[in-house]
Design a binder for this molecule. Structure first.
Ligand code: ADP
Length: 295
């Protein structure tokens, strides 16, 4: 039988996005817990919701992409996504619950490795995310990291389908997407996802958005200046981290997209390859437990 929204009891709001609200819900009959993302009946939002559903379905067998269980529509035209509930929330909320205290490197190694595995799964299906940032990386109490929110994701039909440059959150956009020469969408969207991931990992290491002074609003002009001046970008102060970590970040944050490492290369980088060990996975689980969401 078809699911209805009334089959679920809303427990609390997990977050708000562009498209709508995400609730933690309990299926009344089975008591199973899910995240329910409700998108309003607005035609534009609905078109975007169906694009996101298409991507989530193509990625349904990915281990590091949040799982879509089903789609529920209402007569009024609302579209609801029944998603796997990630009980640790997003990495940006986790950072805030820590009072912006940086994540330890061991936990970051596991986060980087799992997010790269997710990107590898997506990229091998010609899917680009285009909005990788801490708010779109979710975690659970087992320590599993998954990529969420494909609101501006895209399935590339040809090997290098032109991509609109100006989608996603501008703060995490790679330099080539700011480049006037790429306004027609002439940039490598896979490499752009790598930049955003490098920036997200660096943010969790620093405790705040890394390209601008702490507290500054990441607007277009400030970002362009930061990226063009470049000095401090993509570098981690010596002594602040291990050589492996600094090098890993440098490989992700190469300003020239051609020099940036690919997802496959990065999975072989010592910083991440090392994360295969149980130590970093345990560090990550502990981090989630110490800063758990009150229930
Ligand atoms: P939008 O596409 O509208 O921006 P998101 O999918 O990014 O919405 O969700 C917004 C927020 O809701 C996320 O940052 C996260 O905090 C929370 N959230 C989304 N999906 C889940 C989930 N499956 N489990 C737990 N929390 C979630």
């Amino acid at each position: 039988t078809e699911l209805r929204v009334s089959d679920f009891e809303k427990i609390r709001v997990l977050g708000h996005g562009n498209g709508g609200t995400v609730h933690r819900v309990r299926h009344r009959r089975s008591a199973a817990v899910y995240a329910l993302k409700v998108v309003r009946a607005d035609p534009l939002l609905r078109r975007q919701a169906y694009r996101e559903i298409d991507i989530l379905r193509r990625a349904s067998d990915c281990n590091h992409v949040v799982r879509l269980h089903s789609v529920i529509t209402t007569p009024s035209g609302d579209v609801s996504f029944l998603l796997e509930h990630m009980d640790g929330g997003s990495l940006d909320a986790l950072l805030r619950r820590r009072g912006s205290r940086p994540f330890p490197e061991s936990a970051l190694a596991s986060i980087a490795r799992q997010a790269l595995l997710g990107l590898a799964e997506l990229h091998s299906r010609q899917i680009v995310h285009r909005d990788i940032k801490p708010a779109n990386l979710l975690i659970n109490s087992v320590g599993v990291v998954k990529i969420a929110d494909f609101g501006v994701g895209k399935v590339l039909r040809r090997s290098l389908d032109p991509c609109d440059s100006y989608v996603g959150t501008c703060a995490y956009m790679s330099p080539e997407r700011f480049d006037p020469a790429s306004h027609g969408g002439d940039y490598d969207p896979y490499a752009a996802d790598v930049w955003s991931l490098g920036l997200a990992v660096l943010e969790l290491h620093r405790g705040h958005f890394p390209l601008l002074p702490e507290g500054a609003q990441p607007d277009w002009a400030a970002l362009m200046v930061a990226i063009c001046l470049g000095g401090a970008i993509g570098t981690v102060a010596e002594g602040a981290a291990s050589g492996e970590f600094r090098e890993f970040i440098e490989c992700c944050l190469q300003k020239e997209s051609g020099k940036r490492w690919s997802v496959a290369d990065l999975l072989g980088h010592p910083f991440v390859a090392r994360a295969d060990g149980i130590e970093s996975e345990r560090a990550l689980r502990e981090l989630v437990r110490e800063n758990s969401v009150e229930s």
